[in-house]
Design a protein around this ligand. Structure first.
Ligand code: SF4
Length: 298
Protein backbone atom coordinates (compact mmCIF):
# COMPACT_ATOMS: atom_id res chain seq x y z
CA UNK A 1 0.00 0.00 0.00
CA UNK A 2 1.46 3.34 -0.90
CA UNK A 3 2.29 5.67 1.99
CA UNK A 4 -0.45 8.20 1.18
CA UNK A 5 -3.13 5.49 1.16
CA UNK A 6 -1.76 3.98 4.36
CA UNK A 7 -1.88 7.38 6.05
CA UNK A 8 -5.47 7.85 4.92
CA UNK A 9 -6.49 4.42 6.31
CA UNK A 10 -4.73 5.30 9.56
CA UNK A 11 -6.67 8.54 9.89
CA UNK A 12 -9.96 6.71 9.25
CA UNK A 13 -9.16 4.10 11.92
CA UNK A 14 -8.25 6.80 14.39
CA UNK A 15 -11.57 8.52 13.72
CA UNK A 16 -13.38 5.20 14.24
CA UNK A 17 -11.69 4.63 17.57
CA UNK A 18 -12.53 8.17 18.64
CA UNK A 19 -16.15 7.54 17.65
CA UNK A 20 -16.29 4.38 19.77
CA UNK A 21 -14.77 6.10 22.76
CA UNK A 22 -17.12 9.06 22.39
CA UNK A 23 -20.01 6.64 22.18
CA UNK A 24 -18.86 4.88 25.34
CA UNK A 25 -18.43 8.17 27.14
CA UNK A 26 -21.93 9.22 26.17
CA UNK A 27 -23.18 6.06 27.84
CA UNK A 28 -20.87 6.66 30.77
CA UNK A 29 -18.90 3.50 30.16
CA UNK A 30 -15.53 5.16 30.19
CA UNK A 31 -14.69 4.69 33.85
CA UNK A 32 -15.80 1.06 33.68
CA UNK A 33 -13.17 0.28 31.09
CA UNK A 34 -10.44 2.47 32.49
CA UNK A 35 -10.70 2.03 36.21
CA UNK A 36 -12.36 -1.19 37.22
CA UNK A 37 -10.28 -3.68 39.10
CA UNK A 38 -9.93 -7.19 37.66
CA UNK A 39 -12.69 -9.45 38.90
CA UNK A 40 -10.66 -12.57 38.77
CA UNK A 41 -7.65 -12.94 40.96
CA UNK A 42 -6.70 -16.61 40.78
CA UNK A 43 -3.57 -18.11 42.26
CA UNK A 44 -2.12 -18.29 38.78
CA UNK A 45 -2.62 -15.42 36.36
CA UNK A 46 -5.71 -15.75 34.19
CA UNK A 47 -5.30 -15.09 30.50
CA UNK A 48 -7.48 -12.14 29.67
CA UNK A 49 -8.11 -10.89 26.19
CA UNK A 50 -8.46 -7.16 26.32
CA UNK A 51 -8.79 -4.44 23.78
CA UNK A 52 -5.08 -3.86 24.15
CA UNK A 53 -3.91 -7.47 24.04
CA UNK A 54 -6.17 -8.96 21.42
CA UNK A 55 -7.44 -6.42 18.95
CA UNK A 56 -7.38 -8.95 16.14
CA UNK A 57 -9.45 -11.54 17.98
CA UNK A 58 -11.94 -8.90 19.03
CA UNK A 59 -12.30 -7.59 15.55
CA UNK A 60 -12.86 -11.10 14.24
CA UNK A 61 -15.38 -12.04 16.93
CA UNK A 62 -19.09 -11.80 16.36
CA UNK A 63 -19.97 -8.44 17.76
CA UNK A 64 -22.74 -6.72 19.55
CA UNK A 65 -24.88 -4.67 17.31
CA UNK A 66 -24.95 -1.08 18.41
CA UNK A 67 -27.37 -0.33 21.18
CA UNK A 68 -30.99 0.01 20.10
CA UNK A 69 -30.78 3.73 19.89
CA UNK A 70 -28.22 3.35 17.17
CA UNK A 71 -29.33 0.27 15.35
CA UNK A 72 -32.96 -0.67 15.72
CA UNK A 73 -33.61 0.12 12.13
CA UNK A 74 -31.36 -2.69 10.95
CA UNK A 75 -32.45 -5.62 13.06
CA UNK A 76 -36.17 -6.00 12.82
CA UNK A 77 -37.55 -9.51 13.00
CA UNK A 78 -40.76 -10.30 11.14
CA UNK A 79 -43.74 -8.67 12.79
CA UNK A 80 -46.23 -11.30 11.65
CA UNK A 81 -45.62 -14.14 14.10
CA UNK A 82 -48.00 -17.11 13.92
CA UNK A 83 -50.73 -17.74 16.41
CA UNK A 84 -49.78 -19.67 19.53
CA UNK A 85 -51.26 -22.90 18.20
CA UNK A 86 -49.60 -22.82 14.81
CA UNK A 87 -46.11 -24.00 13.92
CA UNK A 88 -43.28 -21.52 14.47
CA UNK A 89 -42.39 -19.17 11.69
CA UNK A 90 -39.30 -19.63 9.57
CA UNK A 91 -36.15 -18.39 11.26
CA UNK A 92 -36.17 -14.60 11.33
CA UNK A 93 -33.53 -12.88 9.33
CA UNK A 94 -30.72 -11.80 11.59
CA UNK A 95 -28.78 -9.08 9.96
CA UNK A 96 -25.05 -9.56 10.05
CA UNK A 97 -23.23 -6.76 11.77
CA UNK A 98 -22.00 -4.21 9.32
CA UNK A 99 -20.50 -1.79 11.79
CA UNK A 100 -17.02 -2.13 13.30
CA UNK A 101 -16.66 -4.02 16.58
CA UNK A 102 -18.60 -2.30 19.31
CA UNK A 103 -16.91 -0.91 22.34
CA UNK A 104 -19.12 -3.22 24.38
CA UNK A 105 -17.55 -6.29 22.84
CA UNK A 106 -14.29 -5.30 24.43
CA UNK A 107 -15.47 -6.33 27.90
CA UNK A 108 -12.79 -8.72 29.10
CA UNK A 109 -13.13 -12.32 28.15
CA UNK A 110 -11.39 -14.73 30.46
CA UNK A 111 -9.82 -17.68 28.72
CA UNK A 112 -10.81 -21.08 30.16
CA UNK A 113 -13.35 -19.48 32.45
CA UNK A 114 -15.90 -21.78 34.09
CA UNK A 115 -19.11 -21.36 36.02
CA UNK A 116 -17.56 -22.73 39.25
CA UNK A 117 -14.71 -20.24 38.87
CA UNK A 118 -17.15 -17.37 38.43
CA UNK A 119 -19.05 -18.51 41.52
CA UNK A 120 -15.79 -18.77 43.40
CA UNK A 121 -14.85 -15.24 42.32
CA UNK A 122 -18.18 -13.90 43.55
CA UNK A 123 -17.50 -15.52 46.91
CA UNK A 124 -19.35 -13.98 49.83
CA UNK A 125 -19.64 -10.81 47.79
CA UNK A 126 -19.85 -7.37 49.37
CA UNK A 127 -18.94 -5.43 46.23
CA UNK A 128 -22.21 -3.51 46.18
CA UNK A 129 -24.79 -2.43 48.74
CA UNK A 130 -27.21 -5.20 47.79
CA UNK A 131 -25.22 -7.63 49.92
CA UNK A 132 -26.63 -5.99 53.05
CA UNK A 133 -30.15 -7.32 52.59
CA UNK A 134 -29.61 -10.66 50.96
CA UNK A 135 -30.11 -14.11 52.37
CA UNK A 136 -28.48 -15.98 49.50
CA UNK A 137 -26.52 -15.05 46.43
CA UNK A 138 -28.59 -16.20 43.47
CA UNK A 139 -25.96 -17.24 40.99
CA UNK A 140 -27.96 -18.92 38.25
CA UNK A 141 -29.28 -22.36 37.46
CA UNK A 142 -29.67 -24.75 34.58
CA UNK A 143 -27.79 -26.48 31.84
CA UNK A 144 -24.24 -25.12 31.63
CA UNK A 145 -24.31 -25.91 27.90
CA UNK A 146 -27.76 -24.51 27.27
CA UNK A 147 -28.63 -23.23 23.83
CA UNK A 148 -31.13 -20.86 25.41
CA UNK A 149 -30.38 -18.55 28.31
CA UNK A 150 -32.93 -16.38 30.07
CA UNK A 151 -31.77 -13.27 31.87
CA UNK A 152 -33.91 -11.47 34.43
CA UNK A 153 -33.22 -8.42 36.54
CA UNK A 154 -32.61 -9.69 40.06
CA UNK A 155 -33.85 -12.08 42.73
CA UNK A 156 -37.12 -11.50 44.53
CA UNK A 157 -38.15 -12.70 47.97
CA UNK A 158 -38.60 -16.37 47.07
CA UNK A 159 -35.41 -16.47 45.04
CA UNK A 160 -33.45 -14.84 47.85
CA UNK A 161 -34.67 -17.47 50.31
CA UNK A 162 -34.06 -20.39 48.00
CA UNK A 163 -30.91 -19.14 46.27
CA UNK A 164 -32.38 -19.95 42.86
CA UNK A 165 -33.69 -17.58 40.18
CA UNK A 166 -37.33 -17.50 39.11
CA UNK A 167 -38.92 -19.77 41.72
CA UNK A 168 -41.85 -17.58 42.81
CA UNK A 169 -45.07 -16.95 40.89
CA UNK A 170 -43.21 -15.33 38.04
CA UNK A 171 -40.83 -18.26 38.04
CA UNK A 172 -43.69 -20.73 37.72
CA UNK A 173 -44.94 -18.77 34.73
CA UNK A 174 -41.47 -18.79 33.20
CA UNK A 175 -41.34 -22.57 33.67
CA UNK A 176 -44.68 -22.86 31.85
CA UNK A 177 -43.33 -20.69 29.05
CA UNK A 178 -40.24 -22.87 28.77
CA UNK A 179 -42.36 -26.03 28.69
CA UNK A 180 -44.61 -24.53 26.03
CA UNK A 181 -41.46 -24.25 23.93
CA UNK A 182 -40.98 -28.04 24.23
CA UNK A 183 -38.12 -27.59 26.67
CA UNK A 184 -37.67 -28.43 30.31
CA UNK A 185 -36.48 -25.88 32.81
CA UNK A 186 -33.28 -27.86 33.25
CA UNK A 187 -32.56 -27.57 29.50
CA UNK A 188 -32.06 -23.81 29.68
CA UNK A 189 -29.93 -21.57 31.85
CA UNK A 190 -31.47 -18.83 33.97
CA UNK A 191 -29.60 -15.96 35.57
CA UNK A 192 -30.09 -12.37 36.62
CA UNK A 193 -28.31 -9.09 36.09
CA UNK A 194 -27.69 -8.76 39.84
CA UNK A 195 -27.18 -11.74 42.13
CA UNK A 196 -28.59 -10.28 45.33
CA UNK A 197 -32.15 -9.20 46.07
CA UNK A 198 -32.82 -5.48 45.82
CA UNK A 199 -34.78 -4.27 48.87
CA UNK A 200 -38.55 -4.00 48.49
CA UNK A 201 -38.16 -5.67 45.10
CA UNK A 202 -37.07 -2.37 43.59
CA UNK A 203 -35.17 -2.33 40.32
CA UNK A 204 -31.41 -2.70 40.64
CA UNK A 205 -29.65 0.65 40.62
CA UNK A 206 -27.04 1.72 38.14
CA UNK A 207 -24.05 1.24 40.43
CA UNK A 208 -25.29 -2.20 41.45
CA UNK A 209 -25.74 -3.22 37.83
CA UNK A 210 -22.31 -1.91 36.89
CA UNK A 211 -20.72 -3.82 39.74
CA UNK A 212 -22.53 -7.12 39.29
CA UNK A 213 -23.21 -7.46 35.58
CA UNK A 214 -19.64 -8.47 34.63
CA UNK A 215 -20.36 -11.77 36.36
CA UNK A 216 -23.36 -12.22 34.07
CA UNK A 217 -21.22 -11.42 31.04
CA UNK A 218 -18.79 -14.12 32.12
CA UNK A 219 -21.65 -16.59 32.56
CA UNK A 220 -22.83 -15.84 29.02
CA UNK A 221 -19.31 -16.25 27.67
CA UNK A 222 -18.93 -19.62 29.40
CA UNK A 223 -22.35 -21.01 28.49
CA UNK A 224 -22.19 -19.69 24.93
CA UNK A 225 -25.94 -19.97 24.33
CA UNK A 226 -27.29 -19.65 20.82
CA UNK A 227 -30.00 -17.36 22.10
CA UNK A 228 -30.11 -14.97 25.06
CA UNK A 229 -33.67 -14.00 25.96
CA UNK A 230 -33.86 -10.91 28.16
CA UNK A 231 -36.86 -10.85 30.47
CA UNK A 232 -37.89 -7.28 31.07
CA UNK A 233 -36.39 -3.83 30.65
CA UNK A 234 -33.60 -4.09 33.17
CA UNK A 235 -31.97 -7.13 31.57
CA UNK A 236 -32.47 -5.84 28.05
CA UNK A 237 -31.22 -2.34 28.80
CA UNK A 238 -28.20 -3.72 30.64
CA UNK A 239 -27.11 -6.11 27.91
CA UNK A 240 -27.90 -3.76 25.05
CA UNK A 241 -26.58 -0.73 26.91
CA UNK A 242 -29.56 1.38 26.13
CA UNK A 243 -32.00 3.51 28.08
CA UNK A 244 -34.81 2.96 25.62
CA UNK A 245 -37.97 1.31 26.86
CA UNK A 246 -38.31 -2.36 26.04
CA UNK A 247 -41.43 -1.77 23.96
CA UNK A 248 -39.22 0.00 21.39
CA UNK A 249 -37.20 -3.11 20.61
CA UNK A 250 -39.07 -6.06 22.13
CA UNK A 251 -39.12 -9.01 19.73
CA UNK A 252 -36.23 -7.75 17.62
CA UNK A 253 -32.98 -9.60 17.16
CA UNK A 254 -29.53 -8.36 18.11
CA UNK A 255 -26.11 -9.97 17.91
CA UNK A 256 -24.59 -10.20 21.35
CA UNK A 257 -21.21 -11.69 22.25
CA UNK A 258 -21.62 -14.48 19.71
CA UNK A 259 -25.27 -15.15 20.58
CA UNK A 260 -28.53 -13.87 19.20
CA UNK A 261 -30.35 -11.69 21.71
CA UNK A 262 -34.04 -10.99 21.94
CA UNK A 263 -35.94 -9.12 24.64
CA UNK A 264 -39.43 -9.83 25.84
CA UNK A 265 -41.60 -8.89 28.79
CA UNK A 266 -40.80 -10.12 32.30
CA UNK A 267 -43.09 -12.88 33.60
CA UNK A 268 -43.92 -10.66 36.60
CA UNK A 269 -45.31 -8.10 34.15
CA UNK A 270 -47.40 -10.83 32.54
CA UNK A 271 -48.90 -11.66 35.93
CA UNK A 272 -50.06 -8.06 36.16
CA UNK A 273 -50.97 -7.78 32.53
CA UNK A 274 -52.09 -11.17 31.15
CA UNK A 275 -53.07 -9.87 27.69
CA UNK A 276 -49.37 -9.28 27.02
CA UNK A 277 -48.84 -13.05 27.09
CA UNK A 278 -49.69 -13.30 23.42
CA UNK A 279 -46.91 -10.83 22.57
CA UNK A 280 -44.45 -12.82 24.63
CA UNK A 281 -45.54 -16.02 22.95
CA UNK A 282 -44.80 -14.43 19.58
CA UNK A 283 -41.30 -13.59 20.81
CA UNK A 284 -40.78 -17.10 22.12
CA UNK A 285 -41.88 -18.51 18.79
CA UNK A 286 -39.11 -16.53 17.15
CA UNK A 287 -36.69 -18.10 19.60
CA UNK A 288 -38.10 -21.54 18.81
CA UNK A 289 -37.64 -20.95 15.10
CA UNK A 290 -33.97 -20.11 15.63
CA UNK A 291 -33.50 -23.18 17.84
CA UNK A 292 -35.53 -25.46 15.57
CA UNK A 293 -38.13 -26.22 18.23
CA UNK A 294 -41.75 -27.16 17.66
CA UNK A 295 -44.46 -26.09 20.12
CA UNK A 296 -45.38 -28.69 22.69
CA UNK A 297 -48.40 -30.76 21.69
CA UNK A 298 -51.25 -30.30 24.12
FE1 SF4 B 1 -21.90 -8.77 44.84
FE2 SF4 B 1 -23.60 -8.79 42.79
FE3 SF4 B 1 -24.48 -9.24 45.25
FE4 SF4 B 1 -23.69 -6.80 44.55
S1 SF4 B 1 -25.44 -7.93 43.71
S2 SF4 B 1 -23.17 -7.87 46.46
S3 SF4 B 1 -21.99 -7.27 43.17
S4 SF4 B 1 -23.07 -10.54 44.09
Amino acid sequence: MDPAKRASVGIRLEEQVKDWLRYGDELELGPYYRDRAPLHQPSEPASIETAESAPVQMAAAAVVRRAPGAALSTASAPKSAPSPKSAPAAAPAIVAPTSPPSLFESIDRIVDDTLPRIREDIGDCTRCKLHKGRTNIVFGVGNPKAELMFVGEGPGHDEDIKGEPFVGRAGKLLTQMIEAMSLRREDVYIANVVKCRPPENRLPEKDEITTCSPFLMRQIDVIKPKVVCCLGSCAAQTLLRTTQGISRFRGEWFDFRGAKLIATYHPAYLLRNPPAKSEVWKDLQKVMAVLGLQPRKR
